[in-house]
Write a protein that binds this ligand. Sequence first.
Ligand code: FES
Ligand code: MG
Length: 577
Amino acid sequence: MTERKTPETLRSARWFAKDDMRSFAHRSRMMQMGLGPEDWAGRPIIALINTWSEAQPCHLHFRDRALDVKRGIQQAGGHPMELPALSLSESLVKPSTMLYRNLLAMEAEELIRSHPVDGVVLMGGCDKTTPALVMGAISAGVPMIYMPAGPMMRGHYRGRSLGSGSDIWKYWDERRAGAIDDKEWTEIEGGIARSPGHCMTMGTASTMTAIAEAMGLTLPGASSIPAMDANHVRMAAGCGRRVVDMVWENLTPDALVTPASVRNAGVTAMAMGCSTNAVIHLIAMARRAGVTFGLDDFDALGRDVPVIANIRPSGDRYLMEDFYLAGGLRALMARLGERIDPSPITVTGRPIGETLTNAQVHDDDVIRPLDNPIYPEGALAVLRGNLAPDGAVMKPCACAPHLLVNEGRALVFDSYPEMKAATDDPDLDVEPNDVLVLRNAGPIGGPGMPEWGMLPIPIKLIRQGVRDMVRLSDARMSGTSYGACILHCAPEAAVGGPLALLRTGDRVAVDVPGRRLDMLVDEAELARRRAEWVAPAPHHPRGYGAIFARHVTQADQGCDLDVLAPVPGPGIPEPDI
Ligand code: FES
Ligand code: MG
């Protein structure tokens, strides 16, 4: 354990405490804001990295919540300093927020490093904001606490409840089949997202905030509280109070993000029936802390941990508010018993096991007993073979069981528009056991690995009543998606991965129990195709996209930029003052 901080050893004291010209300048500029020594002298300065914006519906309450966080900081004797950051709205940012996750991570890290701050409250929740903020804060290394946005109210229309994402896919297929008219469609549009807060299904947002909590980075129970619940306001103030003490205790993220806490996060994600995106983000966050956690770890957990959260899309009925009322994440983790290591320290400064005592499940249908799970295993599986030597990811529990072992013809598309046009063609030559393939949709090919992996079922099959088929890509898919979608195929096609060599008409064999994914094409033919392969032209001739393409790692390594990985030695020096 590192030494406690004193007013003299606070990081911010380097800016404000000295009797010299630079400190004079810093103090006088604080006074320009109407502040005085009673605000900053000897007090921890706490950054609020706030991802509020008017392009971020999931964080619309963050302007208010920031006030509550500040109230807590001041109650505990700290001084708040709000620093706005890229808001990264999953719904509005194109081509994919994944292109910008690392940009927000860099922004968070450099905001912390360059400003006079002693600790930080990270305000996020919409999909990529959680891993991005956590990655940046781990690298910055100052005490931090994550304040999750909380899920939005449940959607509803005509007496039925609507879940974010999942129900769009479902009703869109019905609309394509001609079963929903314009008026009903508009009603669904107005009913599916009814308040600030992140998606209330078990999508990427709920998955990642649960992972942050299971890793010990939030206050106990914080990730399950609905955004509009008064308890969320109290939780926000609690984050402010607690982070001030974390500064004095010098409780830094390296004490929290450890092999054991990362594994707890993986176990919890599986039990929640997590988004496939969890794989990429947890690997990336762990790597920032120097913790090795990879695809094989996920596959092993996928075989061992039952899905016990009955939340859509894995479950058939409930949404995040039901999960909260059933006891929330603490209750779920407590129910996982020995699968959770009780020893890792959380932001509370106490072992996570202590924070789980007295946690109770109030509804056994929402949080199932271990002997009555939604799925006994199969939240995630990792397939390998000659199509994915570095792995591909799927969600066996979300696909039609007859597709878990499947062989069929490949229908290969090089771009999303080409694939879209073909699947809308009523005369497409396609059969139910064919394999739809989209490539050049990976980290570099997409670019930014868009969530295109739930390829639309061809209209011809939809009209025959087919609702699932094997789909394969180097893309990701939304956490609210479902179906027999094999994703994150690595290495991706755009860097010459084997997916680039597949041709329409080749046979593709999928064996999920055997964890195999192969094209039945002989090696000599593949060598011929490899020799002919030409890399696609880069998407971005300049700018951030060009930097991203030069430095991004493949999906199995978390898609972080290689220059953001930790390096041995003393690290990045503190700024000269
Ligand atoms: Fe923000 Fe789903 S769009 S969490
Ligand atoms: Mg999403």
